[in-house]
Each structure stands twice: as C-alpha cells, then as structure tokens.
Design a protein around this ligand. Structure first.
Ligand code: GLC
Ligand code: GLC
Length: 650
C-alpha cells in the first residue's frame, strides 16, 4: 500500500494534468454555477477516488489513460444529467440524512407481476401513497434472456428496459413523477455478472479477445479446479461447482449463480470503466437508490472463498466516489446476505449508505419458531449499531430465500448449537417439524453439506396458509397476529422498513410456478405470484377477513410510525425484559422516548413492573398501537404476539 501522503501528492499532480482537458470539454456547455459545484465535489472526492483506483489498477501500464477516461465519463455524465436531478442533487447534499426520517417506508415489487408494465405501474401510484410508501424498489426490469433470466438478474442491457415492460424514457418519467410525489425509485445494479446474451458476452463468445477479458474464461479445468477447492456453491441444484462449460466456445466460464450469468472480471480496469458508465446512466435515468446486487462476490482471489475480498470494498468505494462527484443524490444499498460481520463491512457513508439487515430478518423468524428471544436479543444488542449517516433496511421477506446467517459464536453464547439449530429452523419452516405452523419450500438443498434455505411468502411462513386450510379461526388469528408482530418490530426498530408487496395483503404461496418450465427449478417463485387485484379490491371493503385485517392494520401502523419523532434514524438500545419470550428495545429522539416490547409467544406474557418503571419516571404510559393507557403499578401484560409501543407520560 502506497504511503497516504505520497498518494495525495500524486492525486493532486494528476488532477492538475487532467483538469484543463475536462474543463475545456464541459465548461462551455454548462451552467457556470453548477459547473463550479461539480468542480468543488471533484476536488473534494478526487484524492479518495484516485487512491482507490491506484490501489486497484495502478499496476496497469495504461493507468493514467484509464484515469482520464473515468474522469471524462464522470464529466460527460454530469453534463447529461437532467436538470430535475441536478436540483435533487442540491437538495440531497443540503440534507444528507433525509433517508433517516421516520416517514421513510419502502416497498418492493416486480413491475410485470404487479402492474403489467411501467404504464400500468404508474396507475398504482394512489395505492403506494395510501400505503405510505416513500421508496419503491422495482425488481430488475432490464432486457434479459427469454425464459429463465433469474427473475431479471441476468441482464442483457443495462440501458434498455425489457420491451414487455416499457422503455427507459418511461422509467425516467415514472421516476420523476414518483419523486414529485415523495417516492424514491430504487433499481438493481446487477454488477457481479451479465447475462450470457449481453453484447460483451456475445463478443467474447465470438472470440474477441478484448471482451473475453471482461469475464473469467478458461480453456480447461486446471484453474477452475484450483479455485473450486475453496469456493462455496451458491446454486448447487442448478449445477455443481461455480463454472459452466460452453460447448460453443469449448471453454469454461465462471458463473457463480446460474449458468447464464457470467461473472465480470473487475481486475480489468476496462470492466470497472464500462460498469461505471452503466451506473451513471442509471443515475441519470432517475434512479435514486441503487441496490448493489451480490456485493460479496465481485472480486476473486485464488485460495479464498472469493467472497468479501478487500478489493470488493475498494471497488464499491470507487463507484461511490464517482457517484458523489457526478450524481450526488444517488445512494447505494448493499445486498450482502452473508455473515453479519461481512454484512457490516459494506456499510459506510463512503461505501453503501444503506444495507439489507439479513440478521434481523432471520432472527425474527428464528424467534417466532422457538418462541424465545435470546439469540435475537443478544445479536441485536451487539450488532445493530451502524456508522453515522447509514441505515438498515429492515425487511421480513424479499424475492429471495431465507438463510440462517447468524453468527455461530453468538448462538453458542446463548446456549444454542448453531448447526443443529439451522437444521431445526429449516425443518420448521418447510413444515417437516411436528407442530410447525409454517408452510415453506426448500431452496437449493446441498446434498453434500445438508445445507438448505427456505422459500415461501410471509403469510405462509407465519402460519396463515395452514390455518386457512384447517379452517380454524383461532389459528387464523394467531397467524395474523404473528404477521403484525413482525411488522411492528421492523417499523419501529430503526432504519427503513421494507415491505415485500403482497405481504401487506397476506399473500399465500403460489405453487403454480412448478408448471412453468422457466420457473419450476427455482422454488423462490413460490413467493413471487402476480398481484390479484380483485382480491385487493375486496379486502379494502372487508376488514374482517385475514387479508383485510392485515392490510388495514399495517397501513395504520405505517401512519403511526411516521408520526413518532422517536423513530427517527437508527439509534436503538436493546433492553432486558426479564422474560425469555419478550423482545424489548428503546428508541428516543427529539424529546420523545418509546419502549417497544414484543411478545413472541402465543400465550399471555408479563414484564415485571420494576423493569418497566425505569422507562417512565411517572409510571404511566400510553401504548400507541392500542391507544390504551398503562400504569406501571402492576406488570405489563402482553397478549399472544402482541407488540406495544409505549410512550411515557410525563
Ligand atoms: C441476488 C439476488 C438474487 C439473484 C442473485 C444473482 O442475490 O437477490 O435474486 O439470484 O443475486 O443475481
Ligand atoms: C446470495 C445469498 C444467498 C441467496 C442468493 C440468491 O448469494 O447469499 O442466500 O440465496 O444470493 O438467492
């Protein structure tokens, strides 16, 4: 690693050389005040960007050329940035913590399954507003191979919306319209791999050496075998190992995920440059938050798991620095569904400002299954805190499977055998455990290691499917209560709650995917059904049905959340409730203090008054969820799966 002072000097020398060219190309065409703001950002970020690129690519003989191209691309992209986005840049820079607001609530959907296409989706704006969303993640909507495209995660062009969904212009129009209505559009940056139909891959297939360098392509098994000694298999049901034989090329290609998803080789500066262009293009299309897909996998190193390598961080930080210069409103959200230490390693103002919280997600399900909160309490106590200016995305379900990503030592510390426990959780959620309420489906079972993950909708995993089949009113009520309990926690614990749309209406598993050859081999489709708008219309009118109850109550909870100052940002303190089934934490901000207590059992549970009193000097509270006043004269009593948000009355 070069000495920091030397790097700063070299950065300054390089910028002195590069700036006149950039200035002469752009200045004349730009608004002078805006151009000065660009220059200020560039000068602020330059040393950092330079240092990162030097560390990644300094050994390349043409480093200075690459640097110049990157800088010019940033300038051109900024020049092309529409004015409404430049105004947004200024607003976001003035208020960088905007996404910490208690008013933030996310939703995620597939454009085709939810609204048919982009035009159809726009018509659902009132639905999103009514629900209280301020963030909408559109699942991959770009051009992708026909048939199986891993739900769009195999991208054939980052600049073309899939023709069935609309055009890039329509995406921009939608993003602008939604932005004006207070909803930020989020899309994926699938940057670990492209589809094998992407132009770069096609040209590699045609034998163009330049494009073969974009990927990892090998003539025989020597190098793949050497790598595989230390690799984890991600999709063992698709194919064993991480490489795919291409008969047409008579070559092996690195494919971490499906065989048609080709991993990009970021050791090549031209790959970084090409993807930086795509990133800036998406930013200019109106995307406010980029979900960085599969971040752990983007850098490979022989002899390692090729996950979470140090260079992965340098790369993302370099993209971050570029975005700060050319599209400062843009935020990065990390998708790292790995060990909690590694998840944390991607989060920072200079890397990904926001991140999925897979640990909370998994442990909420763990606590529901065990009716015990010890692992949840311990893990959140030690692992929830984030660097300043960053936020968790707290979610219950996503389009993906659930994996049990807790730390083994955390488990042991609270008396849990991690390996046996994961097996139990899988059995529980795929309904192989006697007495389980859940109906999930296994995903990617590995015959060698016995590993598996779980698919299924929130409602089916929480017991609603089974209860409805049994026609048992009591079980139905318990399932609905579980669903509301989990939401009450993600809406209050700190960060941005994210709703997997469909869950707000109690959507059950849809087993029809098994009849579709493009989906049958991927059980995640069980929780990706098309929205049933007829059912939605009915539930608005029938609050007494389970779906109607969930939808009305969730909407009410979201409103309630946005009105609580205490729920600003992510500062959270876990409290000991003294009861193994009660999870508790405190939130405070702006003079308001809330004690949240959640009962993970289907029985009445109590928290002793002496534990309660420390949170309310006047001994009197209001539960904001039920509206009921509570005096700490006696114990706090929580009904089955009840969650309270207690505000102390002064
Ligand atoms: C991410 C996506 C997942 C996809 C994978 C490969 O994990 O969430 O759906 O299969 O990346 O792109
Ligand atoms: C990531 C996650 C894994 C998930 C996969 C896509 O690799 O680590 O849990 O299954 O993406 O589904």
């Amino acid at each position: 690693m070069a000495d920091a002072e030397w790097v700063r000097q070299q950065a300054a020398i390089s910028l002195d050389r590069l700036w006149p060219r950039l200035d002469s190309l752009i200045s004349e065409q730009a608004d002078q005040q805006q151009w000065q703001a660009f220059e200020a950002r560039l000068r602020r970020e330059w040393a950092r960007l330079f240092g990162l690129l030097l560390a990644l690519y300094g050994d390349n003989y043409d480093f200075f050329y690459q640097l110049e191209q990157i800088l010019l691309a940033a300038g051109r992209s900024w020049l092309a940035r529409p004015d409404w986005l430049k105004q947004l840049d200024a607003r976001r820079e003035a208020e960088p913590e905007w996404f910490q607001s208690q008013g933030m609530v996310g939703g995620v959907l597939y454009v085709d399954l939810f609204g048919g296409d982009l035009a159809g989706l726009r018509e659902h704006l009132p639905y999103f507003k009514q629900l209280g969303l301020t963030y909408l993640h559109l699942m991959p909507l770009f051009d992708a191979p026909k048939g199986n495209s891993d739900g769009g995660y195999a991208i054939s062009s980052y600049r073309r919306v899939s023709p069935a969904l609309g055009t890039i212009e329509e995406l921009t129009t939608l993003a602008r319209e939604f932005q004006e209505q207070g909803i930020s559009v989020v899309v994926d940056f699938v940057f670990n791999h492209t589809a094998d139909e992407h132009e770069w891959a096609r040209r590699a297939q045609a034998g163009e050496a330049e494009f073969q360098e974009y990927y990892f392509i090998f003539p025989d098994r020597t190098i793949p075998d050497a790598y595989e000694r230390t690799l984890r298999e991600i999709f063992p049901e698709v194919r064993r190992g991480s490489f795919t034989w291409r008969e047409d090329m008579r070559r092996w290609v690195w494919t971490t995920f499906n065989s048609f998803q080709w991993d990009l080789n970021y050791a090549k500066p031209q790959v970084f440059r090409a993807m930086a262009d795509e990133l800036l293009f998406l930013a200019n299309a109106g995307v406010e938050i980029l979900r960085l897909d599969a971040v752990p996998f983007i850098w490979k190193r022989m002899g390692t798991s090729c996950e979470n390598q140090p260079e992965a961080h340098l790369l993302i930080q370099a993209f971050n620095a570029l975005a700060r210069i050319a599209a400062p409103a843009l935020l990065f959200k990390s998708e790292a569904i790995v060990h909690p230490d590694d998840v944390l390693s991607y989060i920072g103002q200079q890397e990904c400002q926001i991140s999925y919280n897979p640990l909370l997600m998994a442990l909420l399900w763990e606590a529901l299954a065990t009716r015990e909160v010890k692992l949840l309490t311990h893990s959140m106590h030690t692992r929830f805190k984030l660097p300043p200016g960053c936020a968790w995305i707290n979610y219950l379900r996503s389009h993906d499977d659930i994996g049990w990503t807790f730390d083994d030592d955390d488990a042991r510390r609270v008396g849990i055998d991690p390996i046996g426990h994961r097996r139990f959780l899988n059995d529980f959620y795929i309904g192989r455990f006697e007495g389980s309420f859940a109906r999930g489906v296994p995903f990617q079972e590995n015959p060698d290691t016995g590993d598996a993950r779980v698919s299924g909708t929130l409602a089916s995993l929480a017991g609603l499917e089974q209860a409805l089949l049994a026609g048992d009113q009591r079980l139905i009520e318990l399932a609905v209560r579980r669903i509301l309990l989990l939401h009450s926690v993600i809406l209050s614990i700190g960060g941005i709650p994210l709703i997997y749309l469909g869950d707000e209406a109690g959507t059950l598993n849809d087993y029809a995917y098994a009849n579709n050859p493009a989906k049958a081999d991927d059980s995640r489709w069980v929780h990706r059904p098309a929205t049933d708008w007829q059912q939605r219309a009915q539930i608005q009118e029938h609050h007494d049905t389970p779906a109607g109850w969930i939808s009305a109550e969730l909407t009410r909870l979201i409103r309630l959340r946005s009105a609580q100052m205490a729920l600003w940002d992510g500062t959270m303190e876990v409290v000991e409730t003294g009861n193994p089934q009660l999870f508790g934490f405190v939130r405070h901000h702006g003079g308001q203090r809330l004690l949240v207590v959640a009962n993970f059992s289907e029985h009445l549970r109590e928290m002793q008054q002496n534990r309660l009193r420390v949170h309310g000097p006047g001994y009197n509270f209001t539960d904001l969820i039920s509206g009921i006043s509570i005096a700490a004269e006696g114990p706090l009593r929580l009904a089955a799966y009840q969650c309270v948000w207690l505000e102390a009355k002064m």
